[in-house]
Design a protein around this ligand. Structure first.
Ligand SMILES: Cc1cc2nc3c(=O)[nH]c(=O)nc-3n(C[C@H](O)[C@H](O)[C@H](O)COP(=O)(O)OP(=O)(O)OC[C@H]3O[C@@H](n4cnc5c(N)ncnc54)[C@H](O)[C@@H]3O)c2cc1C
Length: 259
């Protein structure tokens, strides 16, 4: 949570300036907007962004069940929803082929109905509440995290990390050397080294925090971290595109793809 951010518009243009927030919430819809609102109400400096310039209606049944109505009441937003003119839903009938279920929302804490507001209504109301609580709202902006310049810090730490990363990237069959090779191929040796420095620092933090020795994730970590069966299919598709026929069978000793 938190950090400095450079904002870009949805079409990639950079917005001038660097701001610092306690929390940056990405997605200004019914999930993100209340989170931003609650954090802002607790006094945090919050940025709420959405790449969409306009909060249109997504595909949805729009049904806001009792628990959701309860939340709106807790947050002091139920009256605003009612004022939008959305009708309450009391008795309900749900039918599927010959089966019909009839019922009604049980009254709890004085709330005996549900609602089905358009998301253009509900999300707008929640975003307004976040803004009213003090969150900075920016629609049409997308967060971009591609790493930037390293910030100022101890020059000694930088020196030692640099040496450690250089040594780690030359080791054989380790997580850090695999990480270095992967990033170097895509983004060059300088970025790869900084990424390894970062990993070493994070690992050190956890070792000290948990009082544990270093546990290497292994050079094959990147191969196995995603679904290995799908990865194998993807590689087979690439070979197919290159004009090779492949038959994929899983070896019995293959723990990685065992169900
Ligand atoms: C067909 C269907 C029917 C449904 N019916 C109901 C229902 O009746 N009742 C109910 O309670 N739930 C229903 N749901 C589920 C409900 O739609 C979701 O739970 C809800 O939309 C999740 O809200 P959210 O705010 O987390 O995400 P979303 O509503 O998906 O919003 C995410 C937002 O994040 C933004 N975003 C994403 N990535 C970035 C990025 N990198 N930078 C900037 N912005 C970004 C997007 O533009 C988007 O506006 C239904 C879902 C479907 C698919």
């Amino acid at each position: 949570m938190g950090g400095g951010v450079r904002l870009r518009t949805a079409d990639g243009r950079r917005k001038a300036g660097r701001m610092t927030y306690d929390a940056i919430v990405v997605g200004a819809r019914c999930g993100g907007a209340p989170l931003a609102m609650l954090l802002a109400r607790r006094g945090h400096r919050v940025l709420l962004v959405d790449r969409a310039a306009r909060l249109t209606d997504p595909v949805s049944t729009h049904y806001l069940p009792h628990a959701g109505v309860r939340r709106l009441a807790d947050w002091g937003l139920l009256d605003a929803l009612r004022a939008s003119g959305v009708p309450p839903i009391g008795p309900m009938t749900v039918s599927w082929q010959d089966s019909v279920i009839r019922g009604a929302v049980e009254a709890v804490d004085g709330i005996d109905c549900a609602y089905a507001p358009r998301r253009t209504v509900l999300d707008a109301l929640l975003v307004e509440a976040a803004a009213a609580a003090g969150a900075e709202v920016r629609l049409g902006y997308a967060g971009k995290s591609k790493g930037g310049k390293t910030r100022k810090g101890s020059k000694w730490l930088r020196l030692y990390l640099h040496e450690a990363a250089r040594a780690a990237s030359r080791t054989k069959g380790t997580y850090l050397s695999a990480q270095y090779s992967r990033i170097k191929a895509r983004r060059g040796p300088a970025k790869a080294r900084v990424a390894v420095e970062h990993s070493i620092l994070v690992a050190l933090f956890h070792m000290l925090d948990r009082d544990e020795p270093y546990h290497d994730l292994g050079a094959d970590y990147f191969t196995h971290r995603r679904d290995p069966a799908r990865h194998a299919q993807r590689l087979a598709a690439q070979l197919d595109a290159l004009g090779y026929d492949t038959v994929i069978t899983r070896r019995p000793d293959n723990q990685a793809t065992a169900a």
